[in-house]
Design a protein around this ligand. Structure first.
Ligand SMILES: Cc1cc2nc3c(=O)[nH]c(=O)nc-3n(C[C@H](O)[C@H](O)[C@H](O)COP(=O)(O)O)c2cc1C
Length: 139
């Protein structure tokens, strides 16, 4: 099993209905593939964590990379895992705004621009946002 975390820029705003249809489709597909994870949308930036059987994750990431609904993907982290962390989530989804990010990070001076400035992977600040947000859900 493996996981991949990446961030990207949304290319077009989605209506509520489009978001619902999008989630229905990806949750249905993920359930079939045994893929789980979480997707955050933070003011036009997606941060997603997907996990599951390695071959499925590799194939899915290739598909996601080509999706025109977003662009400029940056691979933040990837690795092997013994078991899935989001067993109950075929894809959790949260739209969060700047204030919520700052609250979660307990840092009122957090500079979102710097947080999401495209950089190379490894200790990307966006990863900290992802993992900190996840910890608030599971605590
Ligand atoms: C930000 C983002 C996240 C996505 N996450 C998933 C996902 O977790 N699972 C999935 O099956 N498709 C996901 N998709 C959609 C895929 O890119 C693709 O449209 C979908 O898997 C259908 O592919 P297919 O027509 O080749 O079956 C995502 C797309 C975007 C833009």
């Amino acid at each position: 099993m493996k996981f991949i975390a990446y961030m990207s820029l949304q290319t077009q705003m989605m209506t509520q209905k489009e978001v619902e249809d999008f989630l229905l489709c990806i949750r249905e597909k993920n359930s079939r593939m045994g893929v789980t994870g979480i997707l955050l949308l933070i003011q036009g930036k997606f941060i997603q964590y997907i996990e599951g059987p390695s071959t499925k994750i590799d194939k899915l990431y290739k598909t996601i990379e080509k999706d025109s609904r977003h662009t400029d993907l940056i691979l933040l982290d990837t690795g092997s895992i013994k078991e899935q962390q989001f067993k109950d989530w075929s894809m959790a989804y949260h739209e969060i705004n700047e204030r919520q990010v700052k609250d979660v990070m307990k840092n009122k001076n957090l500079d979102l621009k710097k947080t999401f400035t495209p950089k190379e992977k490894n200790n990307h600040p966006a990863l900290e946002v992802l993992y900190t947000f996840v910890s608030t859900l599971t605590n």
